[in-house]
Design a protein around this ligand. Structure first.
Ligand code: NAP
Length: 309
């Protein structure tokens, strides 16, 4: 099969579109014929060797949507031909014509959208869902500040928070402000010429997907007992206690049950993945260059195979 692998860590040029052996599903696993594969910043962080030195060669990619192709042994609640999506493990990789994944990490894809939009969901959608609801416990009527709101995680977070009935403030550069209002932000802040801490205060939840100075300045806009959750920054020891709030760094779990919940919300037409760039699998280098710019709106997706008629 065709796949995009790396044989060494480095720049986008180490991504190789090449022939590799097909994987076979093991106990409790399913094999998916991949139709579309999502791209995440984690992909280029892994490619650069920033996440640790994994065994090489390795197939890149964490998010797929496609069709169940075959089943491993044991209890597997899917049948060949079902249309599914999943966050796959780093060891297997998703930039490939076939991938295998534990069935616990798989869900039926949303019926109301196609494979390309479905492949945009797993990592970013699960990150937003777990950060807002599982970790910070965001509730209807609460206020939330979302940093990096125009990005992959942010576009899901804005929409999930609005779906929940929260009041959403979102940060982005000037070109993304109207867009953020169109997907549900109540208040938008241009981080290039406004300091968010001069504008808002008393937030129940802050979701930080940017880190650095943005993370450091976020403590002061929380109400006492509020929650700061970051997808990138580690929490300095004692910082949450010092500010009288709670804080946690997200580590996204691959969770098929939550993907099924997200599919329901999408099929209620309350949330829509924002896919702005579609490239072919052989264009993975270009996809990584775009993602590394840190200024993409929504998601990049690689088209891998043909969908069912
Ligand atoms: N811990 C986990 O489990 C986990 C899970 C998912 C993601 N992550 C991490 O979370 C981060 C975000 O992921 P992503 O997929 O959302 O990335 P992304 O799609 O690449 O984010 C790009 C967005 O960031 C915005 N941005 C850049 N600098 C900003 C700033 N100073 N203030 C506000 N917005 C800013 C850009 O908006 P403008 O163009 O308007 O500047 C752009 O829309 C990545 O580092 C990723 O690796 C971690």
């Amino acid at each position: 099969m065709k796949a995009v692998r790396i044989h060494e860590f480095g720049g986008p040029e180490v991504l190789k579109y090449e022939d590799v052996p097909e994987p076979h599903p093991g106990q409790g696993e399913i094999r998916i014929r991949v139709i579309a594969a999502g791209v995440n910043p984690m992909d280029w962080k892994i490619r650069k060797g920033l996440v640790g030195k994994m065994p090489l060669p390795m197939i890149m990619g964490l998010d797929v949507a496609g069709v169940v192709d075959s089943l491993g042994q044991g209890e597997v609640p899917f049948r060949p031909g079902e249309e599914v999506y999943a966050k796959v493990s780093i060891e297997e990789g998703g930039y490939a014509e076939y991938t295998v994944v534990n069935s616990m990490q798989v869900a039926r894809k949303p019926e109301s959208i196609g494979f390309i939009e479905s492949a945009a969901i797993p990592t970013a959608g699960l990150a937003a869902w777990q950060a807002l609801f599982d970790i910070a416990g965001l509730e209807k009527g609460q206020s939330v500040l979302i940093h990096g709101a125009a990005g992959g995680v942010g576009t899901f977070a804005v929409q999930f928070a609005r779906w929940k009935g929260a009041f959403v403030t979102a940060t982005a550069s000037g070109t993304n402000l109207e867009f953020l209002k169109s997907i549900g932000a109540n208040v938008v802040i241009n981080y290039t010429n406004q300091r968010f801490e001069d504008i808002i205060s008393n937030m129940d939840v802050v979701l930080d997907t940017v880190g650095g100075d943005t993370f450091d300045r976020s403590w002061r806009v929380l109400k006492p007992g509020g929650f700061l959750v970051s997808t990138v920054a580690s929490i300095p020891e004692g910082a949450a206690e010092k500010h009288g709030v709670r804080a946690q760094t997200l580590v996204t779990r691959a969770d098929g049950k939550e993907l099924a919940q997200i599919a329901e919300v999408i099929d209620e037409m309350q949330v829509k993945p924002v896919v702005t760039t579609i490239l072919s699998l052989s264009d993975a280098q270009k996809a990584h260059e775009l993602s590394e710019s840190r200024h993409m709106r929504g998601k990049i997706v690689l088209l891998v195979g043909e969908g069912p008629e």
